[in-house]
Design a protein around this ligand. Sequence first.
Ligand code: AMP
Ligand code: GLY
Length: 426
Amino acid sequence: MNILLIGSGGREHALAWKLAQSPLCTRLFACPGNPGIAAHAELVDLTIEDHAAVVAFCEERRIGLVVIGPEAPLVDGLADSLRSAGVPVFGPGKAAAQLEGSKAFTKELCERHNIPTAGFVRVTSEAQGLAALDAFAIPVVIKADGLAAGKGVTVAMSRAEAEQAVREIFSGRFGAAGAEAVIEEFMEGEEVSFFAITDGHTVVPFGSAQDHKRVGDGDVGPNTGGMGAYSPARVLTPLLEGETLERIIAPTVRGLADEGTPYSGVLFAGLMLTNQGVKLIEYNCRFGDPECQVLMLRYEGDLAELLLATAENRLATLPPPRFSDNAALTVVIAASGYPGAPAQGGEIGALAKAEAEGAKVFHAGTAMDGGRLVSKGGRVLNVTASGQSVGAAQKIAYHAINKIDFNDGFFRHDIGWREVEREAKE
Ligand code: AMP
Ligand code: GLY
């Protein structure tokens, strides 16, 4: 079978690496891909927004499965265009991708199906937003409704900050994503990510992870797309995982199917472990980046087989996904200036030396410039390792990082700290 993978980040490099290992995979194409992905796939230059061009490519190359990595093409309905043309695709259609594309959509789904989440109101104007704040204690959380590249959320520590966040959203800072907003009650607890794969009927758990969103050591500084992650997140105990599946994931999948917008793909649930049980923070309609990198290092099954079975509505015919007992950890190397204006074009070298330490280096924002590998983007490399504990994986990843030549890069030195601290107490 020929496979087309859409995307160009570290998440897609990890997916390409795993897909290429599948005996089912004859030729792997990636669009647009990156130099790391090019080691496993033939890169193709298509305009992803031009659905007819993507469909035509799939027909020409007899593509038997399309895997869509990022949220934007999913929210844009690329999966619908492919399905209509008879091309099997891993990822939800436009209607179900609203789970990520609209915060209000998800909150109202939760309300209809009694899914535990923070109390909220949906507001459509600045005046309404400012007035709604009266009903909330501080801290309070203000969210632009649509996709805002992770920048649309403010956890306001004062009324003034909350008002400022509301004004900013309705001033047009987030474009169409800020036409509406959601104001939410602040939830206290530890955050954890949980993944489930579903074809709209069958649901299978696909592992847990913990991300590090702040740019600096000790979780300080601005939010990023994620500076590192580890898996499994044992803080989500088997009991809590069961609660998550039963009270959050299953009613979501059932609810969407009953409402005529069945969800097919991976559900990425951001969870808060609160004193009142597990609550949903948000859904994403794709794998996490960099959470996917650690999941792929631990996943022991045939990824192409799993994603194809999901695309073809026959997930129930497969055994449940198997994962290594080992932990995996990934450290993001970002270009200096990230998440603001990252320095571009810095030369990168000695990746083979890092891999000789036992790590796997996934490419995110890299490019070839002549014969040189250079940075192109905010998050540049994901140095990923596995070990018998998160601490053991962490040691390998940081040894490997120290071998890499990339003067313009920086990384956090404490990825995995919560779990490494817990392990030290065992
Ligand atoms: P989101 O994009 O909805 O995941 O929000 C980004 C981050 O804001 C989350 O990872 C949490 O750290 C924080 N956050 C979002 N909603 C809440 C909430 N209701 N209570 C506490 N923290 C939140
Ligand atoms: N690392 C968080 C995300 O992929 O949304």
